[in-house]
Ligand binder design. Sequence first.
Ligand code: ADP
Ligand code: MG
Length: 238
Amino acid sequence: MASLTLDKVRKTFGSVEVLKEINLAIEDGEFLVLVGPSGCGKSTLLNLIAGLETSSDGEIRIGDRVINNVHPKDRNIAMVFQSYALYPNMTVRKNITFGLEIRGVASSERDKAVDDVARLLQIENLLDRKPSQLSGGQRQRVAMGRALVRNPDIFLFDEPLSNLDAKLRVDMRTEIKKLHHRLGATIVYVTHDQIEAMTLASRIAVMKGGILQQFDTPQRIYENPNNMFVAGFIGSPS
Ligand code: ADP
Ligand code: MG
């Protein structure tokens, strides 16, 4: 696992500056939750870290390694999206191992990897099913399995639970928390859900209009919000 640093990172699309000057130092094993209103630049930030977009300025580092120009495939970062597009014609097992297969990992090693991940996510009994035979929560576990099996340095989650109903969201929140404890992974997690943020985060980053408003522990943000925006956002219903 690894620390992640964003140093004066900016991103413009055309003439619009979507991220203004983001400085973030995320420690090894930290669970950072990123919150902020729709359109404030959360997904863009994750995309820059993953290498799906290129930053306009500034430096992104994993440990001491500058990764701005490193190909996404070589960053060892896994991303889980809200719309977890599984391959409909592949079994769960194949969905999870396909990425390893195209990277040339031997089948015996793939089998071991998928068994480990399936046990961790409690989807052992689903490995031979197709995605259409799964519930929403099960699909989300498979999507997480696909990320986990790569053994990444860093996990990026972009509102991964927002398509699930309230009960499942609570269950999955607990699962993700357990997973974090067990793996000690470095995580950047975007959510709209205040309770998710407060319960999962080691630190919370609050963003508005491409500017980082506050970056601190849940307790300190709750007790001592920097400004009215942060206070209002933390207190608002999800
Ligand atoms: P969030 O995830 O916080 O809702 P996004 O990072 O998706 O916000 O978007 C931030 C802003 O950047 C929005 O105004 C959005 O329209 C704009 N944006 C995102 N991606 C692109 C793109 N590829 N081209 C142009 N504008 C974009
Ligand atoms: Mg988004």
